[in-house]
Write a protein that binds this ligand. Sequence first.
Ligand code: PMT
Length: 410
Amino acid sequence: MVSTGLAGRRVLLGVTGGIAAYKPAELVRRLGEAGAEVRVVMTENAARFVTPLTFQALSGHPVRLSLWDEGAEAAMGHIELARWAQDILVAPASADFLARIAHGLADDLLTTLCLASAAPVYVAPAMNQQMWANPATQANLALLRTRGVGIFGPAAGAQACGDVGSGRLLEPDELVAALAASGQPGLLSGRRVVISAGPTYEDIDPVRFLGNRSSGRMGFAVAAAAAEAGAQVILVAGPVHLPTPAGVQRVDVRSARQMHAAVLAEATAADVYVAAAAVGDFRPLEVAAHKIKKRGDGGMTLELTQNPDILADVAALPQRPLLVGFAAETENVEAYARAKLERKRLDLIAANQVGGGLGFETEDNCLTLISADDITCLPTASKRELARQLIEIVAQRLEQRSAHNRDVAA
Ligand code: PMT
């Protein structure tokens, strides 16, 4: 059995209608492997996508569909079921379901259970990216958040409808990890973590800029993992098209100098700074006030000047946080990363090879974590999964640092 802290937990899994309704079948298995006892409640629409029998076979218990099922009510009434649950996880949670629980409706069994239960409620949204981005959906989520409902995901990527964007259900393993993390005090409880993510854009003129291929996925995944681990998270984001992870405070910036100012403003009070951003090393010496026009057939020369080094300046603070840098390299990955670790006086550097479907703009990555005294390889996995592993290691190092500081003070 996988040890996640879910052993013996009574999890009520709600399944709502949507193309992702088949995915929780695997989730039921994973929760079972983690030792949880699972009862499944489906909405009427979910049962149009996948048969209740699937969930019955996997959970080993009859699936509940309706408030008006006399036989099921005789076995375990809905109030009893609401009391039975120690956690309610709704995956996938449709836009319609989110709207209904946000407004306290109890017009079917699942919404009634959410209202009638004292158990914490977690939702894993899954829907078309346009529905996810709709202000009505976002307002419903904001309302649910203020009431303490945990929101897991969604992930971004290709959707069943052909669109690309946010709204994909998290993978079963990710949902199990998120549920396990929510029930625990959190490895980073009480810690303040600053994370930088994405590219920076350095303006050349009003229509052109120097940028890079960073999508922000790696840094956003680290922010999500740190928030799941209970940290207060400030995410300084360059120009990216990603939704803010649940529970994360986001500061949007464009240029390296703006990122520098935003990070430095937060770093003194931080326990950890994770620099996952791909910061432009140079910017044009001057930004043209008007669009630069072609002059004849000749080329043009752009004079560049160096940007401030954010990590080096955070390292120079009198009370510096634990410093985790990233290094994206196309060759000599370990050697170049080690050089950056030393030059920038970092505690840890996460090196990634660029290319072959890894590094920039990709869903997956693989990281080599290098410190002065250790090296750990995190093999290819989703950026979400790698971020979780990285956060575990960061939490251990923070603990070691706190213990060392206590010894010195004693
Ligand atoms: O965003 P994704 O598409 O998910 O891609 C993720 C990633 C590949 C961008 C990410 O995993 C990564 O490796 N980020 C660092 C990119 C890089 O190589 O940076 P660098 O070698 O230019 O800088 C090394 C470190 O110094 C980085 O932590 C960087 O944030 C920091 N730095 C760099 C320049 C600067 N002026 N100030 C800095 O603090």
